[in-house]
Design a protein around this ligand. Structure first.
Ligand code: NAD
Length: 476
C-alpha cells in the first residue's frame, strides 16, 4: 500500500478523483501536504447509489462471513501501521507514538467489533405461538467523523455498522481526510464493491449527507453544535441518528491519593493528544487538603513535557490540528488573561510556524469562568479546589455536557459512590479514557444521543423486528 499521492475517494470499489480538490495542511508547519478530493453532489449520489446497490447482497451475506471480512480488514490496517502512522502525524499533528497507538487501536477495534453477537430474544414459546425479536440491518449508513482521532473514530462506526449488515458512506473531516481515504483504498481490496464508500469534501458535504434521502442512518462524531444541526437535518427523512458529541469531563481527586503518582496520570488525562479528546479531563477538581502539593507536582511534571512537531523524535505533544480550533483555544486563554485569572504555566503564544499553544494551567479560576464552563478541546486546564463531596458533585454535574468523568481515591467503595452520582455516560475510577469495542460508550445530556461500542452500540445499526408465529397445530 502506498501512502502518498494520489489521494482518491472509493466509490463502488473503485478509486475516484474529486470534482475539485482542497488543500490539506500539516499543522506543525502550516505547509500544504496534499490536495484531497472535493466531492460534488453527483459524486455523493454515486457513493450512496453504490452503497444501496451493495446493501441486499451484504445484508444476505452470513454474519460469520462479514465477521471474517472485518477481521481481515483489521489485519490489513495493522499490516500498514507504519504508513498510516506517518500520514496521520502529517495531517493531524499528533506525535508518531500516539499515531501508532491510534492506528493499532483502529485495527484492533475492527477485529474486536467483529466478534460481537447480535442477540435474539425469545418472547414467547408456548403451545399457541412462538415469538422472537431479532435485529436486522437498517440500510445505508452515513458516517461522519471528526479530526481529533480520524482513524479510530471512523472504525467505531465501520466495525459494528458493517457487521450488522449495513453498507456505508464514510466522510472524514476536511482537516484530516488522508488516512481515511487510504483506508478506503485498503478496504476496496477486501470488501465487496459498494459496501464501504469513502468520500471527502468541504463544509457542504456533511449537510448533503444528513439530508440525503438514500441514507437511512447517520452516525456522527463531532461537536455538540454540529450535532444539533445533524439531528435537525436528519429529522426531515426520520433517519436514525447516533450522535457522539462534545464533553467537559470533570475529574474529582480525593485527599487520600498518592499525589506524586497521580500527578503524571492526571496530566495526561488532560493533555494527551494536546487536550483534543472528547473524554479529556477538562475540569480538574482537587480536594483542598492536597490542592497545593498536587498543583506543584502537576506543574513540575508539565515542565518536563516536550511540545513540538509530531514527526520529531521525543515529541510528546504536537500542535493543535487546525486554525479555527487554534483560534478558539487562544480566545479562551485571552479571556482568562483579561479576567486576571492566575496562570501557573503558559498563557503566552510563541510566534512560530504551526498551530502551537504551550501547555497552559490555571490556578482555581471561578466556576463561572469560560474555561470551566466551555469545552476547551486544547492544552488548557483549570485546576479547581473543592471542600466536600456534595459540593463537588454538584459542580461536576452543573453542565449541559455528560460524556465522561473520573474519580480518584484509594478508597474504591467511596469512589464508586461518588462515580454513581456523576451524570455522564462513562465514569472511570483511578484512570480515564479506557474504551473497548466490547463496552457501550456515549453521552448523557447534550453530549450525545445513543452509544457506540458493545452490543448496545451494535444494536444502533439495526432495526428491531419481532416475528410472531402462530403454532401450525392451531390450524389442525
Ligand atoms: P465538528 O462538529 O466541527 O465536525 C465533525 C464532522 O462533521 C466533520 O467531518 C465535519 O466536516 C462535519 N460537519 C460539519 N458541519 C456539518 C453539518 N452541518 N452537517 C453534517 N456534518 C457536518 O467537530 P470537530 O471540530 O471535527 O471535532 C471536535 C468535537 O468533536 C469536539 O466537540 C469533541 O468533543 C467532539 N468529539 C466527540 C467524540 C465522542 O465520541 N463523543 C469523539 C471525538 C470528538
Amino acid at each position: 500500500m502506498k501512502f502518498d499521492d494520489p489521494y482518491v475517494m472509493t466509490i463502488g470499489g473503485r478509486p475516484v478523483a474529486g470534482a475539485a480538490t482542497f488543500d490539506v495542511v500539516n499543522p506543525a508547519t502550516e505547509v500544504v501536504i496534499a490536495r484531497a478530493p472535493d466531492a460534488d453532489r453527483g459524486q455523493l449520489d454515486a457513493a450512496v447509489n453504490a452503497a444501496r446497490t451493495a446493501f441486499p447482497g451484504w445484508a444476505a451475506t452470513p454474519i460469520d462471513a462479514r465477521r471474517a471480512a472485518l477481521d481481515r480488514l483489521g489485519d490489513a490496517v495493522l499490516a500498514n501501521i507504519d504508513g498510516f502512522k506517518r500520514l496521520l502525524t502529517a495531517e493531524q499533528g499528533k506525535p508518531h507514538g500516539d499515531a501508532e497507538m491510534e492506528v493499532g487501536g483502529a485495527g484492533m477495534w475492527l477485529k474486536g467489533a467483529a466478534t460481537l453477537e447480535l442477540p435474539v430474544t425469545v418472547n414467547e414459546d408456548s403451545p399457541d405461538r412462538y415469538s422472537e425479536t431479532r435485529h436486522v440491518p437498517i440500510g445505508v449508513v452515513g458516517a461522519i467523523a471528526p479530526w481529533n482521532f480520524p482513524m479510530i473514530l471512523a472504525m467505531f462506526k465501520v466495525g459494528p455498522a458493517l457487521l450488522a449488515g449495513n453498507t456505508m458512506v464514510l466522510k472524514p473531516s476536511p482537516f484530516t481526510p488522508l488516512t481515511t481515504l487510504k483506508f478506503g483504498e485498503l478496504a476496496a481490496d477486501i470488501l465487496p464493491p459498494g459496501v464501504l464508500n469513502v468520500v471527502s469534501g468541504g463544509d457542504a458535504l456533511g449537510p448533503w449527507m444528513t439530508e440525503h434521502p438514500g441514507i437511512d442512518k447517520v452516525s456522527f462524531t463531532g461537536s455538540t453544535a454540529t450535532g444539533r444541526r445533524v439531528m435537525q437535518s436528519a429529522s426531515a427523512t426520520l433517519k436514525r441518528v447516533t450522535l457522539e458529541l462534545g464533553g467537559n469531563d470533570p475529574a474529582i481527586v480525593m485527599p487520600d491519593v498518592d499525589v506524586e503518582k497521580v500527578a503524571e496520570e492526571l496530566f495526561w488525562a488532560a493533555f494527551r493528544n494536546n487536550g483534543q479528546i472528547c473524554i479529556a479531563t477538562k475540569r480538574l477538581y482537587v480536594h483542598k487538603h492536597i490542592y497545593e502539593p498536587l498543583k506543584a507536582a502537576i506543574v513540575a511534571y508539565a515542565k518536563t513535557v516536550k511540545v513540538g512537531d509530531g514527526a520529531d523524535q521525543g515529541t510528546q505533544i504536537g500542535p493543535i490540528n487546525n486554525k479555527p480550533q487554534y483560534d478558539r483555544v487562544l480566545d479562551l486563554i485571552q479571556d482568562a488573561r483579561a479576567n486576571g485569572y492566575q496562570f501557573l504555566l503558559g498563557g503566552e503564544t510563541p510566534d512560530v510556524p504551526g498551530y502551537f499553544i504551550p501547555i497552559t494551567i490555571l490556578d482555581n479560576p471561578p466556576e463561572s469562568s469560560r474555561i470551566v464552563q466551555e469545552e476547551q478541546f486544547g492544552p488548557v486546564l483549570p485546576l479547581l479546589k473543592f471542600d466536600d463531596v456534595d459540593e463537588v458533585v454538584a459542580r461536576a454535574n452543573a453542565t449541559d455536557y455528560g460524556l465522561g468523568g473520573s474519580v480518584w481515591s484509594k478508597d474504591e467503595d467511596r469512589a464508586l459512590k461518588i462515580a454513581a452520582r456523576i451524570a455522564s455516560g462513562t465514569v472511570w475510577i483511578n484512570e480515564t479514557q479506557h474504551l473497548t469495542p466490547m463496552a457501550a460508550f456515549g453521552g448523557m445530556k447534550q453530549s450525545g444521543v445513543g452509544v457506540e461500542g458493545g452490543v448496545e452500540g451494535l444494536l444502533e445499526y439495526t432495526n428491531t423486528q419481532t416475528i410472531v408465529r402462530r403454532r401450525s397445530t392451531m390450524h389442525a
